[in-house]
Ligand binder design. Structure first.
Ligand SMILES: C[S@@+](CC[C@H](N)C(=O)[O-])C[C@H]1O[C@@H](n2cnc3c(N)ncnc32)[C@H](O)[C@@H]1O
Length: 341
C-alpha cells in the first residue's frame, strides 16, 4: 500500500506539466508567506504552526508521505488542535476552498447525494401539508453547491411551491461565490437572492411574506450560526449542515445540536467518516490543489470514525453511513419521534 502511494505521488508530481506544477509551488509559497505573517497572533499560533508544517511538506511527495505516516496519526490523536487553512482569517484562501470544494462536489456528485435525496423527500412531504412558504436553513452553507443541486432537481421535477432557503455562514467569501454560482437562475427570474444583516423573528416573518410571491428565494446571513440562538422554537421547517461539524470544538458541537433541535422539527447533518483509504485517495487526486488537500486531509483527521458514530445513535437520532472508499454519514433527528425513523 505504502509503495503504491509513493508511486502515485511521485508519478503525479512529475507527470503533470511543469507549468501547472509551477503554479502549485507558487501557491504554496504564497500560503506560507500568509501563515508566517499570522505566526505571532496569540489566537492562532498553534494552528498556524500545524499548517506551516503541512504546506512545507506538501512541496515534495516524499516529505508529504513522511508527514502522512508519522505526523498525521499524532494529529489524529490530538484532533481538537487542528484548524484548516480556511478556518484562519484568510478570505482569499476561503474563497479558493469553497470554489474548489464546489467543483469537487459536482465532479463527485455522490458525496452530497444522501442528504440531497433526504432533503428533497422532506420538501415533497412539506409541500403537501404547508400553506406558508417552506423555510429551510443551511448552517455553514459555504458555496451552496448542495442548494444549487436541490434547486435544479426541483425545477426538473416541476416543484411549484414557494421555498425560502436561509444560508448562514460567517465566511466573508460566501457572497461572491454564491452570486457567481446562481447568476444563471437569477438572470432567468427563477430565483431571488437577498442578504440579511439581522435575523430576528420579525425579519423572518417579513422574509416569508416576500417569499410567498416567488418560487425560490435565498437569504444569505453572513454570520456565526450561534447568532440564531434568540429565534423562537421551530422557526424553520428544516435545519441541516454539511461538512461543518468537524470545524467546531466539542462544546460548540454540543451547542449546535441543541440549537438545531430548537430551531426546527427536523434536522439533518452530513459529514465524512475518518478512514485511511480516503486519506490516500484524496492525497493522490487533490495533490495539485494544495488548499483543498489541506481542507480534505485535516477534515478527515477531525472526523468521526465509524465506531464513534455508532455511539450517536438512538434517542431520536438516526445515523447511516454511505460509500466505501470515501464514506460519509447522514445523521437525522426528528423532534418528538423519540425513536429512530
Ligand atoms: C467545509 S465548508 C462546507 C461548506 C458547505 N456546507 C459544503 O458542504 O460544501 C464549512 C463551512 O462552514 C462555515 N462555518 C464554520 N463554522 C461556522 C459557524 N460557527 N457559523 C457559520 N459558519 C461556519 C465555514 O465558513 C465554511 O464555509
Amino acid at each position: 500500500m505504502v509503495l503504491a502511494v509513493i508511486g502515485c505521488l511521485i508519478g503525479l508530481s512529475y507527470a503533470v506539466p511543469y507549468k501547472r506544477n509551477f503554479k502549485r509551488y507558487r501557491q504554496i509559497k504564497a500560503i506560507l508567506a500568509d501563515l508566517e505573517a499570522l505566526r505571532d497572533h496569540p489566537d492562532y499560533q498553534d494552528a498556524v504552526n500545524i499548517n506551516i508544517e503541512f504546506f512545507r511538506v506538501l512541496r515534495f511527495p516524499l516529505s508529504y508521505l513522511w508527514w502522512l505516516m508519522f505526523r498525521a496519526p499524532r494529529l489524529r490523536r490530538e484532533r481538537l488542535r487542528i484548524r484548516e487553512l480556511a478556518d484562519l482569517p484568510f478570505p482569499g484562501w476561503q474563497d479558493e476552498l469553497l470554489e474548489t470544494l464546489s467543483w469537487f462536489e459536482i465532479w463527485m456528485g455522490r458525496i452530497l447525494r444522501p442528504i440531497r435525496q433526504e432533503i428533497i423527500r422532506e420538501l415533497e412531504r412539506l409541500r403537501k401539508i404547508k400553506k406558508e412558504p417552506i423555510v429551510i436553513a443551511s448552517f455553514g452553507c459555504g458555496g451552496m453547491e448542495l442548494e444549487r443541486q436541490i434547486l435544479y432537481q426541483l425545477l426538473r421535477s416541476r416543484f411549484n411551491f414557494p421555498l425560502l432557503v436561509i444560508g448562514v455562514d460567517y465566511s466573508p467569501a460566501i457572497k461572491d461565490v454564491i452570486s457567481r454560482k446562481f447568476a444563471n437562475l437569477v438572470s432567468k427570474g427563477m430565483l431571488e437572492i437577498e442578504t440579511a444583516s439581522r435575523l430576528g423573528a420579525d425579519d423572518l416573518n417579513k422574509m416569508k411574506e416576500r417569499a410567498k410571491g416567488r418560487r425560490f428565494s435565498i437569504v444569505l446571513f453572513n454570520t456565526d450560526a450561534f447568532e440564531l440562538q434568540a429565534l423562537p422554537e421551530n422557526s424553520f421547517d428544516l435545519v441541516y449542515h454539511t461538512r461543518l461539524r468537524h470545524h467546531l470544538s466539542l462544546e460548540e458541537r454540543d451547542r449546535l445540536d441543541k440549537l438545531t433541535i430548537h430551531l426546527a422539527p427536523k434536522f439533518m447533518e452530513l459529514d465524512d467518516v475518518y478512514n485511511i483509504p480516503g486519506i490516500m485517495i484524496e492525497s493522490t487526486f487533490l495533490w495539485r490543489f494544495p488548499v483543498v488537500l489541506n481542507g480534505g486531509i485535516f477534515s478527515y483527521l477531525r472526523d468521526f470514525s465509524k465506531k464513534e458514530l455508532k455511539t450517536l445513535e438512538g434517542r431520536g437520532w438516526q445515523v447511516n453511513i454511505y460509500g466505501r472508499l470515501l464514506p460519509c454519514y447522514l445523521r437525522v433527528y426528528e423532534k418528538g419521534s423519540g425513536t429512530n425513523r
